[in-house]
Design a binder for this molecule. Structure first.
Ligand code: ZN
Length: 190
C-alpha cells in the first residue's frame, strides 16, 4: 500500500524517533509496514524514505536507487532496510550534495555530507549488519538518518542561496552538479 507522505510543517518530522522494539519488528503488521514503506519510496521515486515521512515515529529507513527519474545522475544503490541504525563518519572530508526530500516538495539545496561512513543496523529480520557506504550514496544514508532525529536538509545547508525549485535546479545547477557527482564517484566509487 502506498502511504501518505508527511510534509515540512508537520511536527512528526521534527520528533526524535523511537527505536523499533526488536520483538515488534517481526510482527506481521510491522513487516507489512516495511513493505508499504518500500512501496511508497518506489511510487514517489525517492532515493530513500524514513518512517516519520509516512507518519510513523520509528527509527527505520530504506534506501534504494535504481533508474530514478528524480535523480538520473545518482549511482545505483541496492535496496537496504536499516532498523535502529547507528552512523559513524570514517573521514573528515566533506562534499556538497544537492539534495531534495519527498517531505519538502519542489525544493533542493546544497548540503555538505561525509563521503565515507559506516552504518550499524538491524535488517528487516532483526539480524545485525555493518556496512560501509561511500560517495553520493553515503549522502543519501545521512539524509535518511537525519530524518530519525528530526533534522531536515535545509537545517544542514551552510548557505541558503543554493535553495532552488526543481525547475530552476534543472535549468541552472544540474549540469555543474552532474560533473561534481562524477568527480565524487571517481574518487569514492559510488
Ligand atoms: Zn528527506
Amino acid at each position: 500500500m502506498v502511504l501518505e507522505i508527511t510534509h515540512i510543517g508537520n511536527p512528526i518530522l521534527r520528533d526524535i524517533c523511537v527505536e523499533v522494539p526488536e520483538d515488534r519488528l517481526l510482527d506481521e503488521d510491522f513487516q507489512t509496514f516495511i513493505d508499504d514503506l518500500i512501496e511508497t519510496k518506489r511510487h514517489t521515486n525517492g532515493a530513500g524514505i524514513a518512517a516519520p515521512q509516512v507518519g510513523e515515529p520509528f527509527r527505520i529507513f530504506v534506501v534504494e536507487v535504481k533508474d530514478n527519474p528524480r535523480y538520473p545522475y545518482k549511482p545505483e544503490a541496492p535496496l537496504t532496510v536499516c532498523v535502529n541504525p547507528r552512523l559513524k563518519f570514517l573521514t573528515d572530508e566533506r562534499f556538497d550534495n544537492f539534495e531534495g526530500c519527498l517531505s519538502i516538495p519542489d525544493l533542493r539545496g546544497r548540503v555538505p555530507r561525509c563521503p565515507h561512513i559506516c552504518i550499524d543496523a538491524l535488517d528487516r529480520d532483526g539480524k545485525p549488519f555493518t556496512m560501509e557506504v561511500k560517495g553520493i550514496t553515503a549522502g543519501t544514508f545521512q539524509h535518511e538518518m537525519d530524518h530519525l532525529d528530526g533534522i531536515l536538509f535545509p537545517d544542514r545547508m551552510k548557505d541558503m542561496h543554493s535553495l532552488s525549485t526543481w525547475a530552476e535546479f534543472k535549468e541552472r545547477h544540474e549540469e555543474a552538479f552532474r560533473t561534481q557527482v562524477e568527480s565524487v564517484v571517481a574518487k569514492w566509487g559510488s
